[in-house]
Design a protein around this ligand. Structure first.
Ligand SMILES: C[S@@+](CC[C@H](N)C(=O)[O-])C[C@H]1O[C@@H](n2cnc3c(N)ncnc32)[C@H](O)[C@@H]1O
Length: 349
């Protein structure tokens, strides 16, 4: 099941609190990544630069990536303070190896990914991630392409049910989808609050419910609009290609769909048995990663008390071996990773 949150916003995986962005599990990330002066690292999810700043403070060189054009503002302060040890790119972390082209290095010493939404994104109502702060149904981190409103108003009921069921892990996806379609026949659904109310009216809300009934529907839309699962899978393959022997890959995730991808990837790449549900279990080729600790690391009690959003964080890490990177194979993961909606493409509703 997707992890819940008790704050009533749609995104359990937002980092930080309402007044600022607090990096999640920073000490554990640094312990796993071991940034070292003079070495070269990639922070694929710059956000407010919490991890990036800590890596640069250790004297390392850093390429930071974020797909949100607004993140560039926070990168300016780091550029000023760390000069040419720091470079920032607006782009997708799924292409992190391509972003390194032209940099004179013989491989990367560490890659860190902190998957999810930043406090800045969730707190700005106009970005449309939250149903606590009413805003347009947008949810595009990169601010281009299809918005959540496009998906909600242009997909047929079958596709909406698959989307909300698979990416939101919502048991009542059929009921939610039918209610959405019935309502949009009257007028398009364009505000976050409207969608939240439709879901709440359909599923009801008990006093004892820990999360708002629309949480899972919002999660599904956000994941789809930003292609979050396929991007994560691409980033893992790209990191495998670009890390040098002994280089470290550190990933923090906030819900079960993401964590499963990281777990399946490491399980496959450490070369014991295939992590795929669709392939027979076979011995793999030479291991591309060593995993000293196969268990997910969780945030400590004090951090969770200070930042409740750290409650659902899971950190997994592994060390690159000398063996050649394998081919990208999306069959390692569940079908939800490459989910596409045919009705959205054809405009059939
Ligand atoms: C949880 S925040 C990272 C916070 C950061 N670790 C810090 O300490 O400030 C996640 C960030 O990743 C970015 N992001 C999400 N998906 C991305 C992708 N596919 N490519 C690049 N950036 C992405 C989001 O825009 C957001 O700013």
């Amino acid at each position: 099941m997707a992890s819940g949150n008790t704050h009533g916003d749609a995104n359990p995986n937002v980092a930080g609190g309402p007044t600022g962005h607090v990096p999640v599990m920073l000490d554990e990330v640094l312990e796993a990544l071991q940034p070292t002066a003079g070495e070269y690292y990639i922070d694929g999810t710059f956000g407010a630069g919490g991890y990036s700043r800590a890596i640069l403070d250790r004297g390392a060189n850093l390429l930071a990536i974020d797909k949100d054009p607004n993140a560039v503002a926070s990168s300016r302060e780091l550029l000023k303070n760390y000069g040419n040890r720091f470079r920032f790119v607006t782009g997708e972390f799924g292409e992190l190896d391509a972003h390194c082209k032209g940099v004179e290095i013989d491989g990367v010493d560490g890659v860190v990914l902190d998957i999810g939404v930043s406090s800045m994104q969730i707190d700005e109502a106009a970005r449309g991630f939250s149903f606590q702060n009413d805003g347009p149904l947008d949810m595009r981190m990169g601010q281009t392409g299809l918005s959540a409103s496009d998906v909600i108003n242009r997909s047929d009921v079958k596709d909406l049910t698959r989307l909300i069921g698979m990416l939101g892990e919502e048991r009542h996806a059929g009921r939610v989808s039918r209610a959405i379609v019935a309502r949009r026949e009257l007028e398009p659904i364009t505000r976050t609050i409207d969608l939240a109310r439709i879901v709440e009216k359909t599923l009801g809300r008990k006093h004892s419910d820990k999360i708002h009934p629309a949480t899972r529907t919002f999660q599904a839309l956000r994941i789809f609009v930003n292609q979050e699962l396929v991007e994560l899978a691409k980033a893992l393959f790209a990191a495998e290609r670009i890390l040098k022997t002994g280089g470290r890959l550190v990933v923090v995730t906030f819900h079960s769909l993401e964590d499963r991808i990281v777990k399946q990837f490491f399980s496959d790449r450490r070369g014991d048995v295939s992590g795929s549900r669709h392939l027979p279990q076979t011995l793999n080729d030479a291991p591309c990663f060593i995993q000293e600790n196969r268990n997910a690391i969780r945030a400590g009690k004090t951090e969770i008390e200070n930042n409740p959003r750290a409650r659902s964080a899971k950190l997994r890490w592994a060390i690159r071996t000398e063996h050649a990177a394998r081919k990208e194979d999306f069959n390692l993961f569940g079908r939800e990773v490459t989910l596409s909606l045919s009705s959205l493409k054809t405009g059939r509703v």
